[in-house]
Each structure stands twice: as structure tokens, then as C-alpha cells.
Write a protein that binds this ligand. Structure first.
Ligand code: GDP
Length: 208
């Protein structure tokens, strides 16, 4: 059975100290607030409300962990890009998410949701920069692709791939819609392969 279809909530971490011990390959999901990250996790898991646990008060700024069976997990990172958020909140996000990404050696993939209508915003690029020390492969899902025509969707895909190459950033890119389920099966297939066969990007040596 698909790992995603057996997902269930395990724990929320508000501080680095709350993060559960590693149990096996882990996928992290990230994206700007409102980009459709919770809907994407729900679509992959074939459930309506799984990831909306992160909406319950007190959990919007936590990392939420879901069990995918056989020790595999999914980590739902708090949304980024609150340019107007108070500095203390942004500092909390930086230390929690930065600390998690820097130390989590079981990470086998990072999924970054970007709006298909405006991918690679300043905040998206900043997050990709943050990811540079992480040796796990990246998947960019161009979310809400149902809002684009077929031609516009293909153009967004090609433009995003080109801009990533220009920026020297390696990532898989797919169109994705939680609404019409475009890309759900393909994303699930790739991510389950990463869970089963964790790979490191070439040329990485984890800092001691
Ligand atoms: P999050 O803050 O990134 O977790 O975003 P949500 O999953 O809560 O989605 C934010 C808004 O975008 C909600 O109103 C969703 O209904 C809408 N949304 C999410 N995914 C899609 C999608 O694939 N297509 C469309 N049209 N709307 C979506």
C-alpha cells in the first residue's frame, strides 16, 4: 500500500528540543503560507483533513510530523514568507526550521510548494538558498496548476526549470493541483521512490 495512504499524525515540535528522534527516511514539505501545502499533503494522503492539524491554534508555527509506516515520516514545516511578521516570530521560524534542516540526517527529500502562477518569488528563492547545505533531493510542486490553461501550465513548468538551471539549483519540478489531482500520482510515485531508496545529491559532505 502507498506510504502516503497510511499517514497519521505523530507529533508537533515548537522548539528544536521537541523534534522526535529520527526513525527512518523523512520527507519535509515547505512553502509560502497559503500556497496550498496542507491541501497537497492531504491530496497525497488521500485524506480531507490530515494536514489541517497544523491549523489548530498553536500549531501554525510548529513542525508537524506524520508517520508513513515502516519508520518513514513526513514533516510539515511552518509556512514561510511572512515579510510583515514580527521579528521575534521570524527569528523563531529561522531557528526551528534552520536547525531542523541542518541536523536532520534522515531527510530523504524536500518538497517545496510554489504557486504555479508566480513561482520562485523572493521568499521561495531565499528558502532554496537555505536548503543549499541539505544533501537530499528537492521536488518543486507548482501548486494550483488548475488555475492555468494547459499551455500556461507548460510554460510555467519550462520557465521554472530554466530559471533553476540559471541559478544553479538542482530540483525536480512538476505541475500539481490538489483540486483536479493533476500530478498527485506522479509526485507520490517519485516521493515513495525517495523513501524506499534514499539518495544524497552528489558532491555533498555533511558539516561536522
Ligand atoms: P497552506 O497555507 O499552504 O497550507 O495552504 P492551504 O492548503 O490551506 O490552501 C490555501 C488556499 O488555497 C485554500 O483556500 C485552498 O482551498 C486553496 N488551494 C489549495 N490547493 C489548491 C489547488 O490545487 N487548486 C486551487 N484552485 N486552490 C487550491
Amino acid at each position: 500500500m502507498s506510504a502516503f495512504l497510511q499517514a497519521h499524525f505523530v507529533a508537533s515540535a515548537a522548539t528544536l528540543g521537541d523534534i522526535p528522534a529520527e526513525s527512518g527516511p523523512e520527507l519535509a514539505f515547505a512553502g509560502r503560507s497559503n500556497v496550498g501545502k496542507s491541501s497537497a499533503i492531504n491530496a497525497l494522503a488521500g485524506r480531507k483533513r490530515l494536514a489541517f492539524v497544523s491549523r489548530t491554534p498553536g500549531r501554525t508555527r510548529t513542525i508537524n510530523f506524520f508517520d508513513l509506516g515502516h519508520g518513514c515520516r513526513l514533516a510539515d514545516l511552518p509556512g514561510y514568507g511572512y515579510a510583515s511578521a514580527p521579528r521575534v516570530l521570524r527569528a523563531g521560524w529561522d531557528s526551528l526550521v534552520g536547525g531542523y534542516l541542518a541536523r536532520r540526517s534522515c531527510l530523504c527529500g524536500v518538497v517545496v510548494l510554489m504557486d504555479a502562477r508566480r513561482p520562485l518569488t523572493g521568499a521561495d528563492r531565499q528558502f532554496l538558498e537555505w536548503l543549499s547545505p541539505v544533501p537530499a533531493p528537492r521536488l518543486i510542486l507548482l501548486s494550483k496548476s488548475d488555475k492555468l490553461s494547459r499551455a500556461e501550465g507548460l510554460a510555467a513548468l519550462a520557465a521554472t526549470r530554466r530559471r533553476l538551471v540559471e541559478a544553479g539549483i538542482g530540483a525536480e519540478v512538476m505541475q500539481f493541483s490538489s483540486k483536479d489531482r493533476h500530478g498527485v500520482a506522479e509526485a507520490r510515485e517519485l516521493l515513495e521512490d525517495w523513501l524506499r531508496n534514499p539518495k544524497r545529491l552528489p558532491g555533498f559532505r555533511r558539516r561536522q
